[in-house]
Write a protein that binds this ligand. Sequence first.
Ligand SMILES: [Zn+2]
Length: 687
Amino acid sequence: MTIDSGLETQYSQLFYRLSPANSKLFYKLSPGNSKLNTPNSKLNTPRSKLPTILQPIEVFNAKTSSITINLWQITFNMFIKKSILSLVLLLTCIMAAKAQVKIGFEVSFKEPQAHYAEVQMNISGLAKDYVDVKMPVWTPGSYLVREFEKSVEEFKATAAGKPAKVEKVSKNTWRIFSAKASNIKINYRVYAFEISVRTPFIDESHAFLSPTGIFMHPDGMIKSPSTVKIIPFKTWSKVSTGLPPVAGQQFTYHASDFDILYDSPIEVGNQDVFEFMAAGVRHEVAMYGGGNYDKEKLKVDMAKIVEEPTKLYGENPNKHYVFIVHNFLRGGGGLEHLNSTTLGATRNAYNTEAGYKGFLALVAHEYHHLWNVKRLRPVALGPFDYDNENYTTNLWVAEGFTSYYENKYMQRAGFNDATQFVTDLAGAVGTVVNTPGAKYQSAASSSYDAWIIGYRPNENSRNNSISYYSKGEVIGILMDLEIINATKGQKSLDDVMKAMYLQCKTLKRGYTDAEFKAMVEKISGISFTNFWAKYVNGVDDVEYKKYFEYAGVNVTTENATPDKPVTGASGQLTNNGTISVTLIARNSAAWIAGLNVNDEIISLDGVSVNDALETIKLRSPMLSLETLPLVTKKNIGEVLKLKVKRDGLDKDISLTLKENPNVRLKPTIKEDATPAQKAVFAKWLGN
Ligand SMILES: [Zn+2]
C-alpha cells in the first residue's frame, strides 16, 4: 500500500513515472543550477563533447576572453531555458493527456439472490489501439492468490458506442481492441458467494463488495483516480465505505487511485449504522446480520480501544473510519484497510464475557493495523503488485506484533487486569512451545511462505510450520521485555513502533528487516544479532522464563496431562461409527507406529469406537484418541491395538503410548520482585 498515495498530486505521480535519468535531469535543470560549476554530470561534460550549439565562439582578442565566456554562457543558458521549456511542455502535454482519462464504475444488482453484481466500467480519454484491463489476483492483507478473475462472467465492451473485440491475454487480463476510440464501456458480472472478510459476497440481504474481487483497472494505471456509483438493490437503502463521497451525487464515491479503491470495502444493504467520536476521528460502525450487541456500550468501549494506539503513535492518520461488521451464527476474523476494516463476529456472543472481549480484541487488532502494516509496513507491501505474490519475511512484525498489541490495548484500556495480561501472554508462548513445527520453520520463513503454507495448510502443517501470528507474538513479548530491561524501564517496543512509523512516513516507503533491527538496537542500546539469529531467522527454543523474570514474573511449567498417556492422533467421528484420522503429531506414538491421516479406526483393543466412547458426549465430532476412557485408563508405555481400514483394506496397528510432550505455562507475578523488576513490569503495562 502506498502510504501517502491519496496525497500525491497528479503532477508528482506523473513525475515519478519518468525514467530515473529523466527525473534526475529535470531535478538538475531546476532554477539555480544553470551554472557551469554546478555538480552535475551533464553540465560537467568537457566542452569538446558538448553539442555544436554549445561550443564557445572563438574571438581573437585577449580583451574579449570574458565575452567568449559570456557568449558561451548565454548560448548555454538559452539551451537550458529551451530544454526546460520543452520538458515543461512535454510534461504539460502528458499531464493534459492523463488528466483527460476518466474512469467511472457503476455497480448494480439485478440478481442478488443468485449472488451477482453487475459492473459497468467507463473509460474515456484513452485513445489507443487496445486497452488491457485487469482484475487483481489477491487482496492485500490476505496473502493468498485467490484468482478473483475466475468469478467474472459475460465480459463485454464497446468502443465509441460500437461492440469491440475482446481477447483474454492472461488469466486476469482482458484486451479490448478499441481502435483509438476515446470512449470505452465495459460490462461484466461478478459471482460472489464466499463468506469471508476478504472476498465479495452478495445475497438478497446485502452485498459486501470486497473491492479486489469486484473492480478492474486499466493496465499500468493504478495511480489513476476513479469514481464509483452504487445502485443498491430495490430493497436496500444504505452504503457504508471509507471512500469519500462525491458531493451532490447519491451513493457515489471518489477513489484517488486504485490502491485506495482496492483498500476500501463497500457494504450495501440495510445495515445498522451508528457512530462515535474517538481520538478526534469520526468512527462509523455498520452492523450487518443482527446480533445482541448493546450499541451504547460498544460506542464507549470501542472508543477506549481506539484511543490506545493513537496515544502510542502520537497521531491518528484518519478523520473518518468505518467498521464493517458481519454478524453470523459463528463468525470471526478481520481484514485491515487504510481507513476502514471488515470484521467477522458471532451474532449472539456480545453478551458473554468471552465473546464481548473477543470482539473488542479483534477491534484492537484491526485498529492497530492502521499503523502496523498499513503505514509502518514491510518494504515489499506497497506499492502492491496485484498480479503476483508480494514476498516479505516480516509478517511476524506485521501480524505477530499486532496480536501482541491486542493484549496490550485490552489491558491498557481497562478490559483486562495485569494477571489476565500475563496469563494470556503465557498462553501465547505455550502455543508456540507446544507446536512441533516451531522447531522446523522460522518466523522469517513462515512470513515468506505465507502464500504457500500459512494460507494453504495441510494435514502435516502443525508438524513442519509455525504461524507468524503465534511466533511473531512471542517475539514481540521477548523483544519488548529485552528492550525494557536493557533500558531499565525507560524504553519499550512502543518506542520502536512509533519511531518506525515516523521513519516510514518520512521516507515514504516500507522498512527492511535490517532497518527494523537497527531501530530496535538504537532504542535499546544493545545488540539484537543473537536474538534475530535465534528467534527470527532460527528455530531455537524460546527462553521465556528468562524474559518473564525481567519483569518479576515467575513462569513454571507442568505437563499438560500428567501421568496420562497420549497417542498423538486426532480424528473425526463418522456416521459409520468409526474415527477418520485427521492429524498425526510429529514423533508421537501414532507417528512412530505408522497410523496415517485418512485411516478409519474401527476398533481399539477390540472395542468398537461407539463402545469406546462410553458416556462421552462430544460437542463436535472432532476428538483426540486420548480422550477415550479406554486410552485414559492405560499407562505410559502400554500398547494400544487398533484395527483400521486404509483404502478399503484392513490393517492392524499397535501404538506404544507415550507421555504427553505438551506443557502448560503458569505465570505468577512475584510479590517480592526487586525494584528493577517492578520498573520493568510497570513499563510493560504501559505505566
Ligand atoms: Zn492482522
